[in-house]
Design a protein around this ligand. Structure first.
Ligand SMILES: C[S@@+](CC[C@H](N)C(=O)[O-])C[C@H]1O[C@@H](n2cnc3c(N)ncnc32)[C@H](O)[C@@H]1O
Length: 346
């Protein structure tokens, strides 16, 4: 039921209307290097200095800085009637590019790719399909062909994928006791962001990342060093190449990329390669069973429509896919962070 206050003055709708202004303000401050500069100088500085150091207009920069203060991404103090700006603790930890916990790469991917594609949300809804062709002028039969349209774009995507595991990876790996699984295949394991949490949590576990050849080559060069123990790579296509035998298969943000038919084909193939007593671990955002939320999962499902062939699902929908592929003892766990986990056994 709506409160009479809400009917009198629709604050929520006014806030939603401005949602993208908020996103774009944070994206722009990140991309212009505002948080990095303030971190470098280590003291509050005036808009004129920031504008000069970042080669922007003073007027534009001052408005951007003030909006960041309103968003609590920056602090301001007045000295001789002039605003001097500095990072908040959260910005220092998550928005400064050099921070070990930086979200910078994910934010710039949202700004440069996701934001652009969301311009075509009405078309995506009407046509029920990905908007890469409209957004970036590339016609491609394959979702990842479109995402990896150049080496530069592939690298941006890989950094984007890697980012979230620095803040959510541990919760995923610890949601179930996975110590019984010694050989793990992370299918579409990308940069090894999740694999690193696996090997640091479970001393006996070996993780092999199977991904497309170009991704594996880049991951080896830029993300997983030779010193990283117990992480191996296999170049391959999980739809068309054989999947080696293992105790546990991890599919993190994989099932949500594909059609029902492709998901079933992949899960049935995994079932054949899974050792008896082994399992499969799905890592995805979950929709509530009654489809009432969470809002982030609902918005991500729209994003999957715009960018892929897939969708987000409820635990029951994942359970059905897994059961139809032969798996049993299916259990979902909500981590309280962005991504949740479903474990199923053979
Ligand atoms: C959405 S990303 C998820 C990456 C990673 N699992 C994570 O959560 O950070 C999908 C991954 O699947 C890989 N991929 C897509 N199609 C593939 C295929 N046919 N065979 C192997 N890997 C594939 C992509 O290269 C990418 O690394």
């Amino acid at each position: 039921m709506c409160s009479s206050e809400e009917l009198e003055y629709p604050q929520k709708l006014l806030d939603y209307q401005c949602g993208f202004l908020v996103s774009k303000t944070m994206f722009t401050a990140c991309e212009l290097g505002v948080f990095d500069l303030l971190h470098e100088v280590q003291e509050p500085i005036a808009a004129t200095t920031i504008a000069s150091r970042l080669s922007t207009s003073v007027d534009g920069m001052e408005r951007l800085l003030d909006a960041c203060v309103g968003l609590k991404l920056l602090k301001v103090e007045l000295k001789n009637n002039e605003g001097h700006y500095s990072n908040t603790d959260v910005s220092t930890l998550y928005l400064v590019k050099s921070s070990p916990k930086t979200l910078y790469h994910m934010i710039t991917y949202y700004s440069q790719t996701t934001y652009k594609l969301w311009h075509f949300l009405p078309e995506a809804i009407r046509e029920g399909k990905s908007q890469y062709e409209r957004g970036f002028g590339i016609s491609s039969k394959e979702v990842f062909e479109a995402i990896y349209r150049s080496e530069e774009e592939m690298l941006k995507f890989l950094y984007h994928m890697d980012t979230i595991w620095t803040i959510c990876g541990k919760d995923i790996i610890q949601a179930f006791d996975l110590s019984v699984f010694c050989s793990v295949y992370d299918l579409g394991g990308c940069t090894g962001g999740l694999a690193k949490h696996f090997v640091s949590t479970y001393n006996e576990t070996t993780v092999t990342i199977m991904d497309l050849p170009s991704v594996v080559q880049t991951a080896k060069k830029k993300f997983v060093t030779d010193e990283e123990q117990r992480i191996h790579f296999l170049e391959g296509d999980f739809f068309n190449d054989p999947i080696p035998e293992a105790d546990l298969f991890v599919l993190a943000r994989i099932i949500h990329d594909w059609t029902e038919e492709k998901c079933l084909n992949l899960l049935r193939k995994i079932y054949q390669s899974c050792r008896p007593g082994g399992g499969v671990l799905l890592v995805e955002v979950l929709l509530n069973e009654d489809r009432s939320g969470p809002l982030t999962s609902q918005l991500f499902s729209l994003n999957m429509l715009i960018q892929t062939e897939g969708r987000e699902r409820t635990p029951t929908e994942y359970t059905k896919l897994l059961a139809d592929s032969g798996f049993r003892d299916i259990e979902a766990k909500v981590t309280g962070k962005l991504y949740d986990v479903i474990l199923a056994r053979k």
